[in-house]
Unconditional design. Structure first.
Length: 746
């Protein structure tokens, strides 16, 4: 749900070991003393610093080299960082680190007798001229630093970790080195850079930064407009955001640099708005009001497109609920499926919803400091979990009552409250504009993105809808593709320039140019391990070669059912909270050497595969079970157990049994009676399964600080507490239960 930017990688601190290094004593904190100390510290770090991720390694090293005075080496390593992003984000790659490059080159020029201010101006202009218009637009964000705050952070670090100490852990030393370098460069040079960049931008764009539109119902909507001065009348690209920030204007300029007009809409109540902030509830009205305003402007040619990811992706689907005739196309990226995968997934609410609400509703911009305080939020989740209090008291445990959190909890089914925010069956049938959806196998909102896709093509047989999906996380599905995701090095073929494909799509629909060559068919997907892109005409193609595996009583995933009536029993003590720290600290890597504690699961495994094969699609299944409660929350994780013994997480499922048949209507279970439910809304993946690998299914009961806990009384789950746990949950998984795995026809 959080808006993620690759640009932020320059502020990412590498997670290295707690190795300690010896340092000279820091006795004086005057500028000369600190400068000399930092020089010696950087030399010490250089001796022992390592990192597995190349982007992190080179990004850290060039800063260390700058502080130690090795500017030539620093420039080389900065180029090494850029080279890693040249394919997926060339505009960002060329622009990143400009503040450091220009500073170092100006220092070098000064050494040849030139005044620093003149040298800096010349070097910045020279760099600016080498960049594409899109890269030029990105530059201001690299020169935006809060100097007083950064200085205080450096002083605090020095006082707490360095004064009169002769050893420090390398992670802390690196953090200080990075902050010191950023502060030093900003203090010496940003006063020259900012006015120059502003001057050059004004020549290209007209910016209307503080507009308020009054809707027909009297609500004000805060928007920001950037016009391309080279275009008299043009199509408008609209972005609707709840993550309002001052530097959104830079994103708008980047879009405008492509030859379009750009309009940023802020969710009602955000930025300059004066109303209550109520996420998701008003987009379907407000976006259409703004489009009405756009088409009346003298610079508009009457055509509008939309783009954006996560909440911004949801917003586009909300706009199609009452499709405006001027809206010609949308590019929803990693779109939140409201009521589908957030704030609940398959009817189970997530703890994260409170953290996110605090992030976006606490101010008219974003509450970044609180949102990023992982220690704070993990403690809140842990305190709730170990206390055994009802889930509806999570906000009270956080210390601040949240009315939206409580409002959402009043809608545990996919009812009219959620359905009013985004298209439903009859709306999808009327969406006749071209759509390009992007998401990833490891995207937190993949289920939402694919639910919109499936419903569109299901209810509108003429739907002109394309899909791009690959080995991406939530940021990667928005074009911020990383070479490594949660321990997985992605195939080189997956490292595409997704942003360029999206603008080719806009050119295709809005300007009548050629369709992006990348789009070979309706569905375009990368096969992990094969390093190739494939395409398909529909999701149905992935279901044609599904293989059924039964839950064998011998704990096997068996291709044939053995004698009926057999079952495997799992017991889960819903009162036990001794696992809190283990769950919260377990790394969420895709490839792991071991599995998290499996006390709440049973595992079923196939025989080894004799030949390599390919899985493409989402697994489904049918579960037959008997449980001694009126309800339960089921959790499933499908792994590839690699020949070397490591585990690759392929797909997962979490869902409330009482809603499995119909997410809009709860149907409680009969304790001890055999129940049959479908398994759907699992995550999609395409991957080569290696020869010698096995598939493993972990099947169990969800009991986790990150989610509601269903105690099975049949009451509203948010109101249940540990006092409702009663006897341990006991569930019998019958051996005619099965999962269906979508193998690809070679």
């Amino acid at each position: 749900m959080k808006k993620k930017l690759l640009l932020c990688f320059l502020f990412f601190y590498s997670l290295i070991s707690s190795q300690r290094i010896g340092i000279d004593l820091l006795q004086s904190t005057d500028s000369t003393g600190v400068t000399n100390f930092m020089h010696r510290l950087a030399l010490k770090i250089e001796e022992s610093y390592t990192a597995n991720d190349k982007s992190v390694y080179y990004d850290d090293l060039f800063r260390i080299n700058m502080v130690s005075g090795k500017q030539k080496l620093a420039l080389e390593r900065l180029d090494s960082v850029r080279s890693l992003y040249l394919t997926s984000n060339p505009d960002v790659a060329h622009a990143m680190g400009t503040q450091y490059e220009v500073y170092m080159r100006a220092i070098s020029d000064t050494g040849h007798g030139k005044e620093f201010a003149a040298a800096y101006t010349d070097e910045l202009y020279r760099k600016y001229q080498t960049l594409s218009p899109q890269s030029q637009i990105l530059l201001p964000r690299y020169f935006d630093t809060d100097l007083p705050r950064l200085k205080k952070e450096i002083d605090d670090l020095l006082k707490s970790a360095f004064i009169r100490k002769d050893h420090v852990d390398i992670k802390t030393a690196l953090l200080l080195c990075r902050k010191y370098n950023s502060y030093h460069v900003a203090k010496q040079s940003f006063k020259y850079a900012r006015p120059l960049l502003k001057k050059w931008e004004v020549q290209k764009f007209t910016v209307q930064d503080s507009l308020l539109i009054t809707s027909k119902k009297g609500h004000d909507i805060s928007i920001r407009v950037v016009l391309n001065n080279t275009v008299k009348k043009g199509s408008a690209i609209v972005v609707n955001t709840i993550y309002s920030q001052p530097d959104d204007i830079n994103d708008a300029k980047e879009i405008a640099s492509r030859g379009y007009m750009c309009v940023y809409i802020n969710t009602r109540g955000k930025f300059l708005g004066h109303h209550k902030i109520e996420p998701f509830e008003h987009e379907h009205e407000d976006i259409n009001e703004v489009i009405d305003w756009i088409v009346k402007q003298p610079w508009s040619n009457g055509k509008v497109g939309m783009i954006g990811g996560s909440y911004l992706g949801f917003s586009q689907w909300a706009a199609t609920k009452k499709l405006h005739p001027a809206l010609k196309t949308i590019i929803p990226q990693v779109a939140v499926g409201i009521g589908i995968d957030y704030p609940m997934q398959n009817n189970i609410f997530m703890s994260y919803m409170l953290q996110w609400l605090d992030y976006v509703t606490g101010t008219t911009t974003i509450n970044q400091e609180s949102f990023s305080d992982r220690k704070k939020w993990m403690k809140i989740y842990r305190d709730w979990y170990t206390s055994g209090r009802p889930f509806n008291q999570l906000d009270a445990i956080s210390g601040k009552k949240d009315m939206l959190f409580q409002r959402w909890l009043q809608h545990p089914s996919y009812d009219h409250y959620w359905q009013n925010m985004a298209p439903v069956k009859e709306d999808f049938a009327k969406i006749n504009i071209p759509v390009l959806t992007t998401t990833g196998y490891f995207d937190d909102d993949q289920i939402g993105a694919l639910t919109y896709y499936r419903n569109h093509v299901r209810y509108n047989k003429q739907a002109d809808h394309y899909l791009i999906i690959g080995p991406y996380d939530h940021g990667g599905g928005q074009g911020y593709i990383k070479s490594t995701i949660a321990g997985l090095a992605i195939d080189s073929a997956a490292n595409i320039n997704l942003k360029e494909v999206c603008f080719q799509w806009f050119d295709y629909i809005l300007e009548g140019k050629k369709k992006p060559a990348f789009l070979k068919d309706r569905i375009n997907y990368e096969v992990i391990g094969k390093n190739v892109w494939k395409s398909a005409g529909s999701m149905d193609e992935f279901d044609e070669h599904k293989r059924k595996y039964y839950l064998d009583e011998k704990m096997k995933l068996s291709p044939s059912q053995n004698r009926s009536g057999y079952f495997s029993t799992l017991k889960v003590d819903l009162k036990d909270r001794s696992d809190a720290d283990r769950i919260l600290k377990y790394p969420s890597d895709i490839i792991t050497d071991s599995l998290p504690g499996t006390n709440n699961y049973l595992s079923y495994t196939t025989d080894p595969f004799h030949e390599a094969t390919e899985i493409t699609g989402a697994f489904s299944g049918t579960l037959r079970f008997a449980v001694n409660k009126k309800d339960c929350d089921i959790s499933m994780n499908l792994y590839e157990v690699l020949p070397d013994g490591k585990y690759f997480l392929l797909s997962n499922y979490i869902g409330r049994a009482s809603y499995a048949e119909d997410p809009a209507n709860r149907k409680l279970l009969v304790p001890h009676a055999i129940t049959t439910i479908p398994v759907k809304n699992t995550t999609f993946i395409s991957k080569k399964i290696e020869k010698g690998s096995r598939l493993m299914l972990l099947l169990g009961i969800n009991k986790n600080p990150s989610w509601q806990i269903n105690y099975g009384t049949g009451k509203e789950v948010s109101e249940e507490s540990i006092e409702d746990a009663g006897e341990p949950l006991e569930i019998k998984w019958y051996n005619d239960s099965c999962i269906e795995i979508p193998f690809s026809k070679e």
